[in-house]
Write a protein that binds this ligand. Structure first.
Ligand SMILES: *[C@@H]1O[C@H](CO)[C@@H](O)[C@H](O)[C@H]1NC(C)=O
Ligand SMILES: *[C@@H]1O[C@H](CO)[C@@H](O)[C@H](O)[C@H]1NC(C)=O
Ligand SMILES: *[C@@H]1O[C@H](CO)[C@@H](O)[C@H](O)[C@H]1NC(C)=O
Ligand SMILES: *[C@@H]1O[C@H](CO)[C@@H](O)[C@H](O)[C@H]1NC(C)=O
Ligand SMILES: *[C@@H]1O[C@H](CO)[C@@H](O)[C@H](O)[C@H]1NC(C)=O
Ligand SMILES: *[C@@H]1O[C@H](CO)[C@@H](O)[C@H](O)[C@H]1NC(C)=O
Length: 531
């Protein structure tokens, strides 16, 4: 510890603006990294996965793009984000290509909204031209059907229409969830069929796809078939040299059946200690296997609560705190990109799940998405959700090749309620790393209607020559109205930035304060601090 603990007592802060004095406890934040410093992050780090069956709801058609979704992508583009879009998820395993279909996507459903086929036409790929410049795509292929011609037709169509925008191909979503009879729980049987398909597809689409396959795409569920990257790499999945990188899916919570739904609560998804535990126990061994073999790894699909989220949890400001913390946890662990999943309830995913499609079989949009893209019987009017601001925070924190490390919990603060990171850049002329930014998340829930006033952490961050502070905040952790959720003073409920940009200035050597259920990004005004 470099800095001494000033006081763990609660002191009366001078600003009693809300009418009653706020309690601020003063703590010293060590700026010395408590983890390794990550690789420099790329503009693709903040990326997405969109369930292909609901592509048109989110993006519209080429001649009528969905403005609300594109407005969000544009806010990210302005901040340097160049996402990789994966049209992936469970419905990619029922995707077929029909060259004569006029619409981008047609779902074939039963009466309860169960989707058993997702037919895409050329417009699906042509629409990629409407995305902000620099956006690239994963061409996702159906492995579920067990038909090489269905997978190959998708690959060939995507290649013919959009070869320059395709950075990777992916065969199959979450093979861990396929019927056990497909490979009889044999990792080798899986690999041999995966290699057979990918080789045949490579041969059909010219050889420049070679070495551009995502491999694994497994979940962390305990299943008889072991195909996480940590299983596939030692078993030789790249013996034919086709793997471009490794992808794993991260869902620590779920509403797929009642026992897990009961645990998917705001206090649980904001338990930072538990988020670290899941990242280290379930995800990092696969990351490490990839990195040790000289390969990149990505969180190819993730969100807070599997099976489409949980209303009153994932559609609140808690989801913004969760997303910011988890994306930064994976940034520290050198993920190249993290693909936040967007979609709607899939009736075939589980017959005991909490969520359902709309009564008329229309989409029951996932409450963990960035937005409800269209009006719907299930979710009401189209609008942006509170989580969106987290994407701006992460984009700005890692911009321009930021390298990130975790910081220790200050003495006197509960580890599960706190998370902080330091971001570094090379000094002048590519010299030694300098500390340029801090991200501090106060994960302690502060609920609407809670009797006690929220507490505030007042953090002594050591000597500095002044900093600019951007704040991610909402009146309460369970706030559901994105109009009241702000990033640096601006809200985004309709896609437009509303409000003046509010940059707080932190004077030389001053402390920064962070209320319960709030986060800040500090950018030091000095040209990067030595640490
Ligand atoms: C991330 O990559 C950097 C090198 O760029 C390395 O020093 C660090 O140990 C890696 N971190 C982890 C958690 O693997
Ligand atoms: C495979 O695709 C064909 C053609 O769409 C369809 O008839 C069949 O039901 C599919 N099989 C599976 C297992 O999805
Ligand atoms: C899996 O086991 C069943 C029953 O023993 C057998 O019929 C089937 O051929 C096996 N499949 C594979 C891929 O080995
Ligand atoms: C897979 O093998 C090829 C050929 O040896 C190599 O170029 C590529 O980097 C490997 N991919 C990964 C992800 O390790
Ligand atoms: C937070 O998570 C940690 C690690 O899983 C666990 O030990 C602790 O009990 C959790 N806290 C609460 C209040 O549930
Ligand atoms: C969400 O909270 C509202 C207001 O408290 C309540 O009416 C509604 O039933 C809750 N929804 C769910 C799915 O728990």
């Amino acid at each position: 510890m470099k800095f001494i603990l000033l006081s763990a007592n609660c002191v009366l802060a001078a600003a009693a603006a809300a009418g009653r004095p706020k309690c601020a406890s003063v703590h010293a934040l060590s700026r010395t990294p408590a983890s390794a410093i990550s690789q420099p992050h790329v503009p693709q780090f903040v990326s997405y996965s969109f369930e292909p069956a609901f592509w048109t709801e989110f993006f519209g058609e080429p001649d009528s793009p969905r403005e609300l979704t594109f407005s969000l992508l544009n806010h990210l583009h302005e901040r340097g984000v160049r996402p990789i879009i994966r049209a992936g998820g469970i419905t990619m395993d029922s995707m077929v290509f029909d060259p004569s279909q006029k619409l981008s996507v047609v779902r074939t459903e039963n009466e309860e909204g169960g989707i058993y086929r997702t037919t895409i036409g050329p417009a699906f790929y042509q629409h990629w031209d409407n995305f902000p410049e620099g956006t690239s795509f994963v061409s996702t292929l159906n492995f579920g059907n067990n038909s090489v011609s269905i997978a190959r037709d998708l690959a060939v169509a995507s290649y013919q229409l959009q070869r320059d925008k395709i950075t990777y191909y992916e065969l199959g979503n979450e093979p861990t969830n396929y019927p056990t009879s497909r490979w009889n729980a044999s990792t080798e049987a899986y690999i041999s069929q995966w290699q057979e398909f990918t080789e045949e597809i490579d041969a059909a689409i010219d050889d420049d796809s070679h070495g551009r396959w995502w491999a694994s795409s497994a979940t962390t569920d305990v299943t008889p078939l072991k195909v996480r990257p940590s299983d596939l790499i030692p078993a030789g999945v790249n013996s034919t040299g086709q793997v471009g990188l490794y992808s794993i899916h991260s869902y620590a919570f779920a509403t797929c059946e009642p026992p897990r739904a009961a645990r998917a609560t705001i206090p649980n998804i904001l338990n930072h200690t538990d988020l670290v535990r899941y990242a280290d126990d379930e995800i990092y061994p696969s990351a490490q296997a990839a990195l040790a073999s000289g390969a990149q790894w990505v969180v190819g699909e993730f969100n807070s609560i599997a099976c489409s989220g949980k209303p009153n949890v994932s559609d609140t400001f808690a989801q913004a705190l969760w997303t910011a913390d988890v994306e930064l946890l994976y940034a520290v662990r050198n993920a190249s990109s993290v693909h936040l999943h967007q979609g709607a309830t899939l009736a075939f995913q589980s017959d005991q799940q909490l969520n359902t499609p709309g009564d008329d079989g229309s989409p029951g949009f996932s409450s963990y998405s960035l937005l409800y893209p269209v009006d719907s019987t299930k979710r009401g009017e189209a609008r942006v959700l509170p989580v969106f601001v987290s994407q701006l925070l992460v984009a700005e924190a890692l911009a321009d090749g930021g390298r990130i490390a975790a910081l220790e919990t200050p003495r006197g603060v509960r580890e599960q309620e706190f998370s902080a990171y330091a971001v570094f850049y090379p000094g002048e002329g590519g010299g030694e790393l300098r500390l340029a930014k801090l991200v501090i998340l106060n994960m302690k829930p502060y609920y609407a209607g809670q009797e006690a006033a929220p507490s505030k952490l007042s953090l002594d961050i050591g000597k500095h020559g002044g900093a600019t502070v951007k704040r991610m905040t909402a009146p309460f952790v369970d706030e559901k109205d994105a109009a009241k959720v702000t990033w640096a003073g601006q809200s985004f409920r309709t896609g437009e930035a509303v409000g003046e940009l509010a940059l707080e200035r932190l004077g030389r050597d001053k402390r920064v304060s962070v209320r319960d259920s709030e986060a800040v990004l500090l950018t030091f005004e000095d040209d990067g601090l030595k640490f």
